[in-house]
Ligand binder design. Structure first.
Ligand code: NAI
Length: 725
């Protein structure tokens, strides 16, 4: 048995066996083919020892920094509907082994020495006792739902039995929350917390000594699931609320995993453990073989890994860390950027036109930290330490010694030029120079700086403390060194960088503009605005399209459009108006409804700025003679408009990587996660890119040439490839 490769067997004289999970082929342990086979074999061997009474107990731990990473996503992402039997059998195989382990009649302890996610926590849940080592990087949870899956290694069955249906769903299964060890202890997911690896081993041994015949609670006769099951009258009375709440939360968005999780939890609670495992495996198999999990695994796992590990970073530039950053402009964005940098341990000099304005920017961090302390997520000492790193000022001289600059003043080219001129000689002579512009071309802004090679776009998203994405925009003059340093800075502040080339609106602002325009164009066609908003929700967008337009204000796209038009005319290019333009003009000029900040837009707003109902005038002023537009078309027009423009971005070289676009579209601009991002949406569309192109031609015939498939899409479709091949 010593020939197992992914699990080390260490047996002491007292008959305690420690299984050290340590797959030599990977940096983390996963439930790949080799592990599953090895695990089967060691459980058989344990059963043999238990039968001959040579086994005192089992400790499961890992030889890696993390305990266990989870399922084998490469295998799962390759599973097709025709592989259902194989996937089902794999799920059952691991469940059978874990079930055998928990019914050995001997104590089994999980010594969780690092993160235990997905399959990792499922292994730990099959142990009678769970002890976690408290490390800052450790996370414990069942994040399967965030990849369109459910825990298929008994995770649904065991959490339901441990916490009850409601708590299992809310704590672990439906949100996929990942807990720090201390929170996991608080929620009863682990039983003990230790500070050192030595303590971990000692406590595991002690527990085995004290509990020689451990059994799982659900294997004790008469065990009742906490909170009841559908056969309990009080619980049954509440049951219809479950799917209703879920429907409300999903708002029609096509996420199959939460539905399957709910069904698996409720159904598995009504039968014995072994039957429950079969039910869980069926629901798991359906998800694993479906398209949504493939989409989500591609974007949120593989693409995310590629993006974060530096696929877009020039390789031959040495890594540098930023020590002291100048943030210019302490408004909404500057304040958030200052917080993010200070949180990562960087000294921040926050400059605005007056000390008062700069202080207001710092107050934003005070507010966030007060809240974190009140909620127990931070301490007063940490709060003070972080705040001490932010120095508000109005004096450019205070920027001396800064090795990076992030500018976030008003969106105005002349002002940005002026601000850079003011500080270029004060900061370090090789300081990285970044602008957080959301629309202005980096090449144009670079005209105002002398060291153009060090100048680059660093586009953050609002609110900065919550949004994980930063779009790095390489200008025509930006050097490799600046690109690499910008990339490193984004990673240093724990954000996900995508790298794009310069153009108006770059990738994210340009593409989200298509979504907004499409929704506004539908108003112009006299489509019921309630249906437009509902279509955005049902397509899976986190924000409704007209309400988002109101938030951004309608004068903004008008300003951008006018700038685009003059830029196109100046360069002798062509300018194609969008059907949304006329609607925006009428809303602003004729009806005086520029959006929320103006007190009226597509929606009505109360005195307190609260959003009321959709403005009834829309139905009156924008009418329609023709037949209704199919609801499916409304949804697809939004999704297609963004996906097709992304293809154009790739054609034009604004985008250089499909992974950047998939990740950036989900994290930055709310493209629905179920699609796997703009390109994975095309890859995974029925019939693949060819099916997508055919549907795009239909939409073009019905709604306008903007839907016509770009040449690159036609080529990929004709070659029978996907954008990721
Ligand atoms: P804001 O209006 O909240 O803040 C701008 C700040 O710049 C103000 O505090 C102003 O006093 C300050 N300022 C003006 N002149 C200055 C000078 N000479 N020196 C120092 N500070 C000066 O604007 P916001 O929303 O923070 O936007 C800033 C930049 O970030 C803009 O370029 C914007 O396009 C971009 N951006 C905005 C996003 C958003 O969601 N609001 C998202 C991404 C980028």
């Amino acid at each position: 048995m010593s020939d197992t490769t992914t699990i080390r067997w260490e047996q002491d004289q007292d008959g305690v066996v420690t299984l050290v999970l340590d797959d030599p082929t990977q940096s983390v342990n996963t439930m790949n083919e080799a592990f599953t086979a090895d695990f089967d074999a060691v459980v058989e061997r344990l059963a043999g020892l238990a039968a001959s009474d040579e086994l005192r107990g089992v400790v499961i731990t890992s030889g890696k920094k993390t305990f266990f990473a989870g399922g084998d996503l490469r295998m799962l992402s390759a599973a097709r509907p025709e592989d259902a039997d194989t996937v089902f059998e794999k799920s059952m195989r691991i469940k059978r082994a874990l079930r055998k382990l928990e019914t050995l009649g001997k104590p089994v302890v999980a010594a969780v020495n690092g993160s235990a996610l997905g399959g990792g926590l499922e292994i730990a849940l099959a142990c009678h006792h769970r002890i976690a080592l408290d490390t800052p990087a450790s996370r414990i949870g069942l994040p399967e739902v965030t990849l369109g899956l459910l825990p298929g290694g008994g995770g649904v069955v065991r959490t339901v039995r441990l916490f009850g249906i409601t708590d299992a769903l809310l704590k672990l299964l439906l949100q996929g929350r990942q807990y720090r060890p201390a929170q996991a202890l608080e929620h009863g997911i682990v039983h003990e917390l230790v500070g050192t690896p030595e303590e971990l081993t000692a406590k595991a041994r002690a527990w085995i000594e004290a509990n020689p015949t451990a059994v799982q609670p659900w294997d004790v006769k008469g065990y009742k699931i906490p909170g009841g099951t559908p056969s309990t009258p009080a619980f049954a009375a509440n049951l219809p609320a479950f799917p209703a709440n879920l429907r409300k939360q999903l708002n029609g968005a096509p996420y199959p995993a939460p539905r399957n999780i709910l069904a698996a939890a409720v159904e598995s609670a009504q039968v014995d453990v072994d039957t429950a495992m079969v039910i869980e495996a069926r629901y798991f198999t359906e998800l694993a073989c479906g398209q949504t999990s493939k989409n989500m695994i591609q974007a949120l796992f593989f693409d995310m890994q590629a993006v974060n590990s530096g696929a877009g970073r020039p390789k031959d530039v040495e890594k540098r860390t930023v020590r002291r950053v100048a943030v210019l402009g302490a408004g909404m964005m500057g304040a958030g950027i200052a917080y993010a940098c200070a949180k990562a341990g960087i000294e921040v000099v926050l400059k605005d036109v007056s000390v008062e304005a700069a202080e207001r920017g710092k107050a934003y961090s005070v507010g966030l930290l007060e809240k974190a302390v009140a909620r127990g997520r931070s301490t007063e000492a940490k709060r003070d330490e972080l705040l001490a790193r932010i120095t508000p000022t109005a004096d450019p001289a205070d920027l001396a010694g800064c090795d990076a600059v992030i500018e976030a003043v008003f969106e105005n080219t002349e002002l940005k030029h002026k601000v850079f001129q003011e500080i270029e000689d004060v900061v370090d002579p090789d300081a990285l120079l970044c602008s957080n512009t959301s629309t202005l071309p980096i090449g144009v802004l670079a005209e105002g700086v002398r060291r153009t090679g060090d100048f680059i776009g660093l586009h953050f998203f609002s609110p900065v403390d919550k949004m994980r994405l930063v779009e790095i925009i390489r200008g025509p003059q930006t050097g490799d060194e600046a690109l690499a340093r910008a990339f490193d800075l984004v990673r240093q502040i724990d954000r996900t960088p995508i790298v794009v080339n310069d153009s108006r609106g770059f990738f994210t602002s340009r593409v989200i503009g298509q979504f907004l325009n499409e929704g506004v164009a539908m108003v112009g066609e006299g489509i019921d605005p309630v249906s437009i908003e509902q279509a955005a929700a049902q397509a899976g967008y986190p924000a409704k399209v007209l309400s988002l337009m109101d938030e951004l204000t309608l004068t903004l796209p008008r300003k951008i459009r006018d700038e685009y038009r003059s830029a196109a005319e100046a360069s002798g290019g062509t300018w194609t108006p969008h059907p949304a333009d006329a609607v925006v003009d009428r809303m602003v000029d004729e009806f005086g409804r520029p959006g929320r900040s103006g007190g009226a837009g597509f929606y009505e707003y109360g005195e307190d700025g609260r959003r009321g109902r959709l403005w009834p005038g829309l139905r009156e002023h924008f009418t329609r003679d023709e037949a209704a537009v199919p609801f499916e078309d409304l949804k697809e027009r939004m999704l297609f408009s963004e996906a097709i423009d992304s293809v154009r971005c790739l054609e034009e070289g604004v985008l250089t990587s499909v992974a950047d676009a998939n990740v950036g579209s989900i994290l930055g601009i709310g493209f629905p996660a179920w699609t796997g991002g703009v390109f994975q949406y095309i890859n995974g569309y029925e019939g693949g890119p060819a099916g997508f192109a055919a549907r795009a031609r239909e939409l073009a015939a019905a709604y306008g040439e903007r839907f016509a498939p770009p040449a690159l899409l036609e080529r990929i479709a004709a070659e029978g490839r996907t954008f990721t091949d």
